[in-house]
Every structure is written in structure tokens, then in C-alpha cells.
Write a protein that binds this ligand. Structure first.
Ligand code: ADP
Length: 368
């Protein structure tokens, strides 16, 4: 008998109340996803341990409300405590023939149809934002033309070798490697797709990344031979395409979408960078490169608009000095925009990771 004289609470009663609750990012139930890790009952008090699929906290609040409401309905419950753990799951991505990278759960390719749209800026801020939420993150800068990573760690910094493996450097909580550490940008023009792919594969496999939840890859700009070879050879869980709102940039972004479709790699969505300028003096918004293009393109091609990043002098200053805005001004409008982007990316990968397995294509014959 419990302290109020009724039958004691059971774990089964509590599970029956919480397992049908829908986890908002995946639309699957806590039961289906096996996210209820522990139920401890002490008299009228219930303690639940819930596992999160992504490091971002936005869904936690809603989930906690739903859990509390459901458990409160169970007669005899007086007190509910919810504790949280996070386990980021590996999402397979589209290709099955590309060799997975040991210890890396998710590889995110940041791509753009052309240079100068802010692809490296997005890659760096995305990686740092994910790390700020507690995820284990790596960043591989394969863009020889815009050495964003060398700037982050100081241009003269060089990674060390140990037992024939390269040890990545670290900046803002992210393990970083750059093709710029070893390749002279002046000579980069002569590099051809297969050679670059071979070099990058070496970077993926000969670098001691350790266990990573996310490896962010800053791809070289464009959709030519180099990029196509890369996206074919590297196991990519999902791609993020960066564009500016102008028509020319959008047309190139569509080429990027098509390239990933061709190699059956999921496109997580589009980021519209340099999306309006908010006047620091008057607060008025000016759409210097036009408005709504990223959203329209995303809608037309059935992909998500993952974020809109304003034109912000702090981004350029931070980029030039290797100090990403998400680290220097996390609470600014721009810092928050990068955080929302990281949240969407993490959630989309979580959805990919728990996607119900497709029906097997090989049917086993029953004997007899
Ligand atoms: P990409 O990788 O596409 O070539 P970068 O990320 O190197 O582009 O950005 C090109 C330049 O534009 C850099 O100097 C960067 O700091 C600046 N930049 C990128 N995004 C913004 C933005 N939203 N506001 C202001 N400057 C930006």
C-alpha cells in the first residue's frame, strides 16, 4: 500500500502513460524510439530518465510538459522528476558503397553552387554551434580557396603526426583540419577531382578524429567534377546548401541540389545567407540582394529552408580573424540565427537516423 492507502504505483502504469507521447522532431512515440531509459518509483514520487536524440534543447521543454501532464493523470502520483541524457545516433545517409569513417556518426557536407556566398562561414558557425550544445564535433575544411580553418587556429599552426596519423587541432571546442595546412592555394587549380577526393579521403581516414557526433565538411565551391567525385566517394549523411538571395546564386544552388540528388545523398535543406541587412542605427531591414528567394527555391524543390542569416559586419570581421560570431556573440540576432540552423540540422539528422527501416528488398524463400 502506498502512503495514501491506494495500491502502489507500478513501472508499467507509468510506461503506459508516457510511451504514447510523441517526440516532436521525429513524430514517433517515446515508446517506438525507446527513449524512456529508466522509471524509478518511490512512494508517490516518480522519476523518469529520458534520452534525447539531438543535443539541442528546444524540444525538451515541450516534451517535459507533455510527460508531466501524462504522468500526473496516473492516480496516486504526487511528484514527477524528469532527467535527461543525450545520445546522438548515426544516420546512414544515401550511399551505401562509400566507406564510413571510423567513430564518426554523422557527416554533414556544406556546399554551395558558387564561391563567396558564405559557405565556409556557415560551416564554421554550424560546427561551433553544435559543439556549444555539447556534441562532439569535427570540422574538415576542404576549400583551398577560402582557408577559414587556418584562420581559426592561427595561420602558422600545423597539426602533429603520431603513429602515422594526423592529430587534428582544436578551436572553439571543435576538432579542426584543413586542406590549407598542406596545400598551396596557388597550385590548387591543377588539382583534379579524383586526386582531391583521394586526398580528402586520406584526411577522413588518417586523421584521428576520435568519436564524433558530427563531422562538418566544408566542400570546395561549385558543382563541377571535383565536387561530384567528392560527394560520390565520401559517406555524407546529409548536405546543407548555402546560397544568397540573388537569382544567379539561386540557380547555382539548384545545381547543387541536383548534384546531391544524383548521388542519392539526402539534402537537409538550404541556408539563405546575406539575407537582408538590419541597419544598426535605425533597425530597419534592407533586402540588398532581394527577398524570399531562398524560401521560394526551397519550396519549389521540396527541401527545407534551414535558416536565414543576415548581412552582418560582425560576420566578416569574425571571419577575417577566425572568430566565429556564434562564439563571440551567441546572443546576437546572427548568433541565434546560426543556433537555429544548427538545431534544424541536428533534428533533421535525428529524423534520418531513426527513420523506420525500409522493407527488405531480398525476400527469403520459405523452405518446404
Ligand atoms: P564561401 O565559402 O562561400 O566562398 P565565405 O564564407 O568565405 O564564402 O564568405 C565570403 C566573405 O563574405 C567572407 O569575408 C565572409 O566573412 C563574408 N560573409 C559571409 N557571410 C556574411 C554575412 N552574412 N554578412 C557579412 N559578411 C559575410
Amino acid at each position: 500500500m502506498s502512503s495514501n492507502g491506494s495500491a502502489p504505483l507500478t513501472k508499467e502504469q507509468i510506461l503506459a502513460a508516457v510511451e504514447p507521447i510523441v517526440e516532436p522532431t521525429t513524430n514517433q512515440t517515446l515508446g517506438e524510439l525507446k527513449l524512456v531509459k529508466d522509471v524509478i518509483i518511490g512512494g508517490n514520487a516518480v522519476q523518469l530518465k529520458i534520452e534525447m536524440l539531438s543535443p539541442m534543447n528546444a524540444t525538451k521543454e515541450r516534451l517535459e510538459r507533455d510527460i508531466r501532464a501524462a504522468v500526473a493523470q496516473v492516480s496516486g502520483v504526487r511528484e514527477v522528476t524528469v532527467t535527461w541524457t543525450t545520445r546522438i545516433r548515426a544516420s546512414g545517409g544515401g550511399r551505401t558503397d562509400a566507406q564510413p569513417i571510423q567513430g564518426v556518426k554523422n557527416t554533414i557536407a556544406v556546399a554551395s553552387g558558387k564561391g563567396g556566398v558564405g559557405k565556409s562561414t556557415v560551416a564554421v558557425n554550424l560546427a561551433v554551434a553544435l559543439a556549444q550544445e555539447g556534441a562532439k564535433v569535427g570540422l574538415l575544411d576542404t576549400d583551398v580557396y577560402g582557408p577559414s580553418v587556418p584562420l581559426m587556429v592561427g595561420e602558422n599552426a600545423k597539426p602533429l603526426m603520431r603513429n602515422n596519423k594526423i592529430i587534428p587541432l582544436e578551436a572553439h571546442g571543435v576538432k579542426v583540419m584543413s586542406i590549407g595546412f598542406i596545400l598551396d592555394p596557388q597550385k590548387a587549380l591543377i588539382w583534379r577531382g579524383p586526386l582531391v577526393a583521394q586526398l580528402i579521403n586520406q584526411f577522413l581516414n588518417d586523421v584521428t578524429w576520435g568519436d564524433l557526433d558530427y563531422l562538418v565538411l566544408d566542400l570546395p565551391p561549385g558543382t563541377g567534377d571535383v565536387q561530384l567525385t567528392l560527394v560520390q566517394k565520401i559517406p555524407i549523411s546529409g548536405a546543407v546548401i548555402v546560397t544568397t538571395p540573388q537569382e544567379v546564386a539561386l540557380a547555382d544552388a539548384v545545381k547543387g541540389l541536383k548534384m546531391f540528388e544524383e548521388v542519392k545523398t539526402p539534402v537537409l535543406g538550404i541556408v539563405e545567407n546575406m539575407s537582408g541587412f538590419i541597419c544598426p542605427g535605425c533597425g530597419e531591414r534592407y533586402d540588398i540582394f532581394g527577398a524570399g528567394g531562398g524560401k521560394r527555391t526551397a519550396e519549389e524543390h521540396g527541401v527545407e529552408l534551414l535558416g536565414q542569416i543576415p548581412i552582418e559586419p560582425g560576420i566578416r570581421e569574425g571571419g577575417d580573424t577566425g572568430k566565429p560570431m556564434v562564439a563571440t556573440a551567441p546572443d546576437s540576432v546572427t548568433g541565434q540565427a546560426f543556433h537555429h540552423l544548427a538545431e534544424r540540422v541536428a533534428n533533421k539528422l535525428a529524423v534520418e537516423a531513426v527513420r523506420k527501416p525500409r522493407k527488405p528488398t531480398i525476400m527469403l524463400k520459405t523452405v518446404g
